[in-house]
Design a protein around this ligand. Sequence first.
Ligand SMILES: Nc1ccn([C@@H]2O[C@H](COP(=O)(O)OP(=O)(O)OP(=O)(O)O)[C@@H](O)[C@H]2O)c(=O)n1
Ligand SMILES: C[C@](O)(CO)[C@H](O)COP(=O)(O)O
Length: 272
Amino acid sequence: MSSAVVIPAAGLGLRLGGETPKAFREVGGDSLLVHAVRGLRAASAADLVCFVVAVPPGSEETVGKELAPYVGDARLLVVAGGAERPASVRAALDVVPVDGIDCILVHDAARAFVPAEVIERVFATVRAGADAVVPVVPVTDTIKVVGPHGEVVDTPDRSTLVAVQTPQGFSPEVLRRAHAAGADAAVTDDAMMCERLGVTVQTVEGSPDAFKVTRPQDLVLAEALLARREREQLGGQPNAGTGPAAAPEREERVIGQPSGWPGDGSGGGQAG
Ligand SMILES: Nc1ccn([C@@H]2O[C@H](COP(=O)(O)OP(=O)(O)OP(=O)(O)O)[C@@H](O)[C@H]2O)c(=O)n1
Ligand SMILES: C[C@](O)(CO)[C@H](O)COP(=O)(O)O
């Protein structure tokens, strides 16, 4: 079985702040997008033969050059994303080759540090016959349903709730059918679009490391996670020498603003 991965990376990152689109923000010297692609490549069991990345319009060429060294023998296609995540996924999905692809993963660039075992679990579950698969982690807060005036109207049983991550895995036919049906403003992930078709979505175990970089404090967490992985690769004990004094010394940096991005004077930019 061969798979393709669609990477929505066209978001502005408004909750993160800053002037650079989130996928281009750097942690440990590489952009979130590069980390995400490298992580996907590391999951060799997923047999990824095609990467399709949706990026802010105007940055396709720059991103194509930046990512080429990281995709190995796989095909790399970079397309302009849309104003909302479903439109970006759709734009990428439209160019995924039809022949020879039995599984399509959809993975947020913002979940740049997903462990290989999560990717492989998702892939294996699609390979075993599931139409749609999502990695999940338990919810650790109490969740309330709130009414129009800020009043609590319900406290759902937490044991039935999970937080959903990516990559989400799909049978190509099901994912294409879900996107052909269209998305409204309520749609926050691709699995939800499949649910609306009556497709059963299977869960598998996710990982805290697959968190989505969303707010500024997530960059601090990302730096710490990278530092922990480096220590582990060097053969050190995972927790040896940790603590406030052992915080990573790297600085967060951003890569050059792509041409066509608002403010570069070219008149290009991203809708929405
Ligand atoms: N129009 C959009 C919006 C989001 N995404 C991508 O979808 C993933 C998850 O979205 P999110 O974390 O919400 O990113 P942003 O939309 O950039 O964040 P914000 O809502 O804070 O602006 C990210 O990899 C993001 O780049 C996308 O490809 N196209
Ligand atoms: C797809 C997703 O990452 C699953 O948790 C999430 O729904 C993206 O939502 P966002 O509002 O675009 O962050």
